[in-house]
Design a protein around this ligand. Structure first.
Ligand code: COA
Length: 360
């Protein structure tokens, strides 16, 4: 057993370059080996019955018993190595390294190529639902992209979905302070998340590769261009979930599509096709699914050759008048949502989602 700390760090980096989701069982194993390698045998209290996601993770870690940390490091490296090898290498990582990026992500693929930094949500098996970890990683990736040498930043999803919105299991991870603490922590994270979009200094482009739900739709009003495949749909089922609008959509949607159409989406859960979303100004342009990637990327690569300072300054001019207002809207939306997350309406709706899944 002679895996060095450096090799372990490299394996951690390689993990974020995987293109395919390895599935829950493997991910749990990776999680358990990582905990064992870095913290030793599991000695944290067993999570409660309702906290089922953390309980499954805790069980996986506990099942490793007392295997030594160096052995866990070795097994971790072997497992990650076999996953990378099965995919035939790690081009994404090579691209990231070429751009001088050393940050690694567990839930995203972040690459820089042709002066474009791409942030790709990478949980295709869960339709790219955004977990707490993922919110934090997206904030970090946006901060990194804001500072790097790229001209454009692109946001997209791995697999057939763009994003299914907030991961509803976030509501089942109840911290020590109970539901109120969960709601407050969630609120602070959401405020920070939306703030990262409001303050983003360079052109931000969404490449909507499939259906989009919830917060992945609402923040689109903060993007500079939104390109969508004809297969994409746009759905914000807030009232269905006992929740309320976020991502500054209570301001940007009525502004771009008028109150009547915005209310249909934000109050009455109307799902838009890509063409409808384009007619209402939420989407810049819709492309046939068969040529979506090639047409969009050809265009983006050409845009990335434009003078970067001119692009960034023009974007900032367009947004600067609104910035203060957007921050105020974000604050107000978060305040309402924190209340909503503590409500019976929200609790019952989230439980119904999981009960419906359990019955399938
Ligand atoms: N939160 C948690 N898990 C989610 C999720 C979400 N937002 N979206 C999808 N998933 C999970 C599903 O539970 C399922 O997990 P499983 O394979 O362990 O059962 C997996 O992702 C695949 O989703 P599935 O529902 O089987 O795919 P589908 O194509 O039939 O439906 C959706 C996709 C997105 C329409 C459906 O999953 C859905 O309605 N999700 C909730 C979306 C939502 O309400 N988001 C919050 C908005 S505020």
């Amino acid at each position: 057993m002679c895996v060095t700390v450096e090799q372990f760090e490299q394996a951690k980096g390689k993990l974020s370059t995987l293109k395919n989701d390895p599935g829950n069982e493997v991910k749990l194993k990776i999680y358990a080996l990582f905990k064992q390698a870095t913290q030793g045998p599991c000695n944290t209290p067993k999570p409660g019955m309702l906290d089922f996601v953390n309980k499954v993770k805790w069980d996986a870690w506990k099942s490793l018993g007392s295997i030594p940390q160096d052995e866990a490091r070795q097994q971790y490296c072997d497992l990650v190595g076999s996953l990378v090898a099965a995919e035939g290498g790690s081009s994404a990582q090579v691209a990231a390294e070429a751009a001088g990026s050393s940050t690694t992500y567990q839930t995203l693929l972040v690459t820089t190529e042709d002066d474009i930094t791409t942030i790709k949500l990478n949980r295709p098996a869960k339709k790219n639902a955004i977990t707490t970890e993922m919110y934090n990683e997206i904030i970090a990736a946006l901060e990194q992209a804001a500072k790097d040498d790229s001209v454009l930043t692109v946001f997209t999803g791995a697999g057939d979905f763009y994003c299914s919105g907030n991961d509803l299991t976030n509501f089942t991870k109840i911290p020590e302070g109970g539901v109120e603490a969960m709601a407050k922590q969630g609120g602070e994270l959401l405020r920070k998340y939306v703030k990262a979009y409001i303050d983003f200094p360079k052109p931000l482009i969404a490449v909507v590769n499939g259906p989009a739900v919830g917060v992945s739709v609402t923040v689109l009003g903060l993007f500079d261009l939104v390109y969508a495949t004809e297969r994409a749909t746009f759905h914000t089922p807030f009232s269905q979930l006992g929740q309320s609008a976020e991502g500054c959509s209570s301001y940007t949607f009525p502004k771009m599509m008028g109150n009547a159409k915005a209310s249909e989406m934000l109050l009455f859960n109307k799902k838009l096709t890509a063409v409808q979303a384009c007619e209402l100004g939420l989407v810049t342009e819709v492309f046939p699914d068969s040529s979506f990637q090639s047409e969009v990327w050809t265009r983006l690569k050409a845009y990335a050759k434009l003078p970067p300072n001119s692009l960034a300054l023009s974007k900032q001019l367009i947004r600067s008048m609104e910035k203060e207002r957007l921050h105020a809207v974000n604050d107000a939306e978060v305040e309402r949502l924190v209340e909503r997350w503590m409500s019976d309406e929200c609790f019952n709706a989230v439980m119904s989602f999981f009960q419906a899944k359990a019955k399938l």
